[in-house]
Ligand binder design. Structure first.
Ligand SMILES: Cc1cc2nc3c(=O)[nH]c(=O)nc-3n(C[C@H](O)[C@H](O)[C@H](O)COP(=O)(O)OP(=O)(O)OC[C@H]3O[C@@H](n4cnc5c(N)ncnc54)[C@H](O)[C@@H]3O)c2cc1C
Length: 401
């Protein structure tokens, strides 16, 4: 079995890359270890309208539209903002994945399911893999391999790409629950509520919602925090009935290398996720576009060296590097906050001017458009300045100013 490109993983990043490369006339195969594309579900399915456009998927899969959020601070402060536009869409995530797979097939890519791809070695001309199904194992080779195999990528380990700087562990559920404001999501903050991350409720419509929590830097299972969060907010979770459990992990950070000899990584495997929300669908699609661009160029030139493929990393960093660094910077400030400081920030941002600013400039794909402005919000600015000029301030102002 010889291919131009083999892709490990039939998630959104893998299918998008497959469709684009096959569309340029190359022989592409995607191996997906699960039997059904899009299953098991590991997602809250909240994306920007831009994500659907980028994927070329119709709005038929949209279940609800989000116009704002309630942000609950640990001490009981509540920031609400609501705008006119749809900040986010709640989608049928499995249908989204299936849509991308159908598009890839339509462009000529072959997608096989129930088959695990293991990278075995790199020869002078080809990457060699084993395709394992329940019944058999077959060898295959390709001129190029794309690792779109998610957060726990074997392809990333094979090329020695160091792991992401942080992995957020998540527990999530689909529930039957009454949501009073159907177009508003809830975000729950607090070191004891969701250490290092946040909890969420996303109304889906027809008495359904998606709820979950992420944690970082804690040994306890996120499900324990979820239970505590549900108990702490009886007014919101009253009468909740769990209909499906999901969960998973989201890697965040900037890996130093997302390519190797004849191999490129894309999507969660390349840590193409948002450090503030953990969303990876939009960035995975962008990564797939850049990866496909470099792959098609390498295939047409017949050259797949590290040097050739390093263009992918350069393009990725040019496109999203600044945005991700900015988000990591703000995340570090968030991590340094005490519960009391979170209360102060949320109380401060509840003023009409800041509510308006958030509603006007908030964008879930480009949080820097808002975070730059929030840097001027009193208590946030205090943390920001202190973090940026820590050394100087600690010398000049050794006590809290
Ligand atoms: C609880 C939770 C909620 C989330 N909510 C959101 C959200 O609301 N919005 C958003 O944008 N993002 C969200 N994310 C992140 C989003 O789900 C991921 O960023 C996205 O799925 C990444 O796409 P991907 O194609 O890179 O990887 P995946 O979707 O993980 O796909 C990788 C695929 O590779 C397969 N695979 C792995 N190894 C192999 C192998 N060796 N051989 C063959 N197949 C293999 C897996 O079965 C999987 O299907 C959430 C994540 C979690 C865990």
């Amino acid at each position: 079995m010889n291919y131009d490109v083999l892709i490990a993983g039939g998630g959104p990043a893998g299918c998008r890359a497959a469709g684009l490369i096959a569309g340029s006339g190359y022989k592409v195969m995607v191996a997906e270890e699960h039997r059904d594309i899009g299953e098991p579900l590991q997602c809250a399915g909240l994306v920007s309208p831009r994500t659907l456009k980028t994927a070329g998927i119709s709005r038929d899969i949209v279940l609800n539209e989000v116009h704002g959020a309630f942000i609950h601070s640990p001490g009981g402060e509540k920031l609400a903002f609501r705008g006119k536009k749809s900040y986010a869409l709640v989608i049928d995530r499995a249908a989204f994945d299936r849509g991308l797979a159908e598009k890839a097939r339509g462009s000529g890519a072959e997608i096989i399911t129930g088959v695990r791809l293991d990278v075995r070695g790199c020869g002078p001309e080809k990457v060699h893999v084993v395709l394992k199904s329940r019944k058999k194992e077959i060898s295959a080779a390709a001129r190029l391999l794309i690792g779109a195999d998610g957060a726990n990528s074997q392809a990333a380990r094979f090329i020695g790409a160091s792991r992401s700087s942080e992995v957020i562990r998540m527990y999530a559920v689909e529930v039957e629950m009454k949501c009073h404001d159907k177009d508003m999501v809830h975000i729950f903050l607090g070191r004891n509520t969701a250490p290092g991350w946040f909890g969420w409720v996303i109304p889906v419509g027809s008495g359904h919602a998606r709820a979950g929590i992420g944690v970082s830097g804690s040994d306890s299972h996120p499900a324990c925090y979820f239970k505590k969060m549900v108990d702490s907010y009886p007014g919101i979770f009253n009468g909740m009935k769990v209909v499906r459990h999901t969960g998973g992990a989201v890697p965040i950070g900037i890996p130093p290398r997302i390519y190797g000899d004849k191999i490129m990584l894309v999507g969660d495997a390349a840590c193409q996720t948002k450090p503030i929300s953990g969303g990876g669908l939009f960035l995975g699609l962008l990564g797939a576009e850049l990866c496909s661009q470099v792959a098609s160029k390498a295939l047409s030139r017949e050259s797949f060296s590290m040097e050739d493929l390093s263009e992918y990393q350069r393009l990725w960093e040019k496109k999203m590097g600044k945005e991700i660094k900015n988000a990591l910077w703000h995340r570090n400030i968030f991590l340094s906050m005490t519960d009391h400081e979170m209360d102060t920030v949320i109380r401060f941002l509840s003023r009409p001017f800041w509510q308006y600013t958030i509603a006007t400039h908030g964008d879930i794909d480009y949080p820097s458009w808002l975070s730059g402005r929030l840097s001027f919000a009193g208590p946030w600015m205090e943390k920001f300045v202190r973090a940026r000029f820590r050394k100087v301030l600690n010398y000049a102002l050794p006590v809290e100013f």
